[in-house]
Design a binder for this molecule. Structure first.
Ligand code: ZN
Length: 504
């Protein structure tokens, strides 16, 4: 183990976010920083210690039903009236073909423009235990469900989008599709879709009756997103029904998928030892109870911001960088389980490994989680880099560029970093720079690995000539060793660098 002697504890600050879906808490979703509670194991450390490291998760909080009993009765009455009307008009058969077996496809898909390996997670299954409160039993004999003292047992499967659910909703990233072919027997749209709690009113939803008389409910959709097809129209399996949203009693974008058989009895489509509602599962291909996967990799210029509900996340995503830039390398998981090891690699354009490290979770389960580490990018390795993560047999790569390999913004106006004098130098050198525009600047010294050694100026300066001196001391007060360094002048949206040599 090459890094054995380097092994050191790396405490990861823990970021906690509340993921409240149908069952909204009284307060909106929030982000809480918890320090010194490392729910993480770090195996092989990276060659260079990261500037920052953190991870966090969405915590499921369950307070309120997605569909109140009153709303449920109202929906059932409306659907019954629609079905009677459609039968009278010959758009639905008088009696369903009970023998027509219905197998369900996954009711969500990524829009064509989304190229992440994953986009969802599951927060709740059907509660199989009819008693309440706090009598929880999902189809797999676990407790990934909820009930309420008022007599509510969760009757559907909640599938949330992840990461950046609100942004995904804004961009129409995740579509609800028909799990089976059938006829639309109900459709509601135009209700508020940025809800953050109970009392959200009606949801935007589509209801599809299948050939065997069973009916699927697709709830919480984005306003204005439901299929242009009307009640009575046929839909094929996999056909677009709408976009995942947060209408109705909901505090975050997700699909509530609920299913009834031809007699109106609740169906739990998941096959498992504790499913007492129906003997067989209804999925054509059932996903595992825990379905661990990497949903996305990202590079960020700053950690993502998770504002309170219903504000859209600020991702701070960036894929074009300059040498010396600070980059946050983030991995977004669903169903991350204890002790599952991830291997993270940062690969230079020539394919060599710049940093490699491993980590795992030290708590039983996160339905949705994210981890990041950050470094300053080194100098002399411009080109297309790869951030590669391997987890549970899945390898995902995210590409980003450094320096001239891209049309990165060049320095504006007449901004210029002049040659340092003297260079090489001992013990100090003068660094003159001209600003074409006034504004914020960051003049810094970096070592060959990209680590920031000294900050010379970080200020808002006037347009014109400026001078700084580096006396070879680092930000922590030490004297830097002899060798090659880089001066970096960063202005809004651009940077210039210059090689300098300290000789002692
Ligand atoms: Zn639900």
């Amino acid at each position: 183990m090459a890094h054995r002697s380097d092994r050191r504890p790396l405490l990861l600050p823990l970021t906690l976010a509340l993921l409240s879906l149908c069952w909204a808490p009284a307060s909106p979703a929030r982000v809480v920083e918890v320090s010194g509670v490392p729910a993480a194991g770090l195996g092989q450390p990276p060659a260079d210690p990261p500037l920052a490291a953190a991870h966090g998760y969405w915590e499921v909080d369950r307070d309120v039903p997605c569909v109140t009993p009153e709303q449920h009765a109202e929906i059932e009455a409306q659907l019954a009236a629609n079905v009677a009307d459609l039968r009278a008009r010959g758009l639905l058969p008088e009696t369903a073909d009970k023998e027509a077996g219905v197998l369900l496809q996954w009711p969500l898909r990524a829009a064509a423009h989304l190229d992440d390996p994953g986009y969802h997670g599951i927060s709740n299954f059907v509660d199989q235990d009819a008693t309440y409160p706090n009598h929880l039993l999902d189809y797999n004999c676990g407790t990934r469900t909820y009930d309420l003292s008022g007599g509510y047992n969760h009757a559907g499967t909640d599938i949330f989008t992840w990461p950046f659910s609100w942004l995904k909703m804004a961009n129409d990233d995740v579509e609800v599709v028909a799990a089976a072919p059938g006829v639309i027997v109900g459709k509601y749209d135009g209700y508020a879709d940025h809800n953050c709690g109970f009392g959200g009113g009606q949801w935007n939803a589509v209801y599809v009756q299948h050939a065997d008389g069973s009916t699927a409910w697709y709830g919480h959709m984005k306003s204005g997103s439901t299929t242009p097809k009307n009640v009575g129209a046929s839909v094929a399996a996999g056909e677009y029904l709408g976009v995942v949203g947060s209408s109705g009693n909901s505090t975050g974008p997700h699909l509530h998928f609920e299913l009834y058989d031809n007699l109106g009895q609740l169906v739990d489509p998941w096959s498992g030892p504790c499913n007492s509602l129906n003997a067989d599962g209804w999925w054509a291909e059932q996903r595992p109870y825990y379905d661990p996967a990497i949903n996305a990799l990202r590079t960020h210029s700053a950690p993502p911001v998770w504002p309170s509900c219903p504000n859209t996340e600020i991702t701070n995503e960036q894929i074009h960088y300059q040498a010396g830039d600070l980059v946050y390398f983030a991995t977004y998981y669903r169903d991350q389980l204890q002790n599952q090891i991830s291997t993270y690699q940062l690969l230079k354009p020539d394919g060599s490994v710049w940093q490699e490290w491993t980590a795992w979770l030290n708590v039983p389960h996160y339905a949705a989680s994210w981890w990041y580490w950050s470094w300053y990018l080194p100098f002399g390795d411009d080109g297309v880099w790869k951030f590669r993560v391997t987890y549970q047999g899945q390898t995902v790569e995210h590409l980003f560029s450094v320096g001239t390999a891209t049309a990165a913004p060049s320095v504006t106006g007449t901004t210029r970093l002049h040659p340092a004098e003297p260079n090489p130098f001992n013990p100090a050198t003068s660094i003159r720079f001209t600003l074409g525009d006034g504004g914020p600047i960051d003049l810094s010294i970096h070592d060959l690995a990209g680590r920031r050694v000294a900050t010379l100026r970080r200020d808002v300066l006037e347009k014109g000539e400026h001078l700084a001196v580096w006396d070879g001391s680092s930000d922590d007060g030490a004297t830097a060793a002899s060798g090659v360094y880089f001066v970096r002048l960063a202005t809004a949206g651009a940077s210039q660098t210059q090689r300098i040599v300290m000789l002692k």
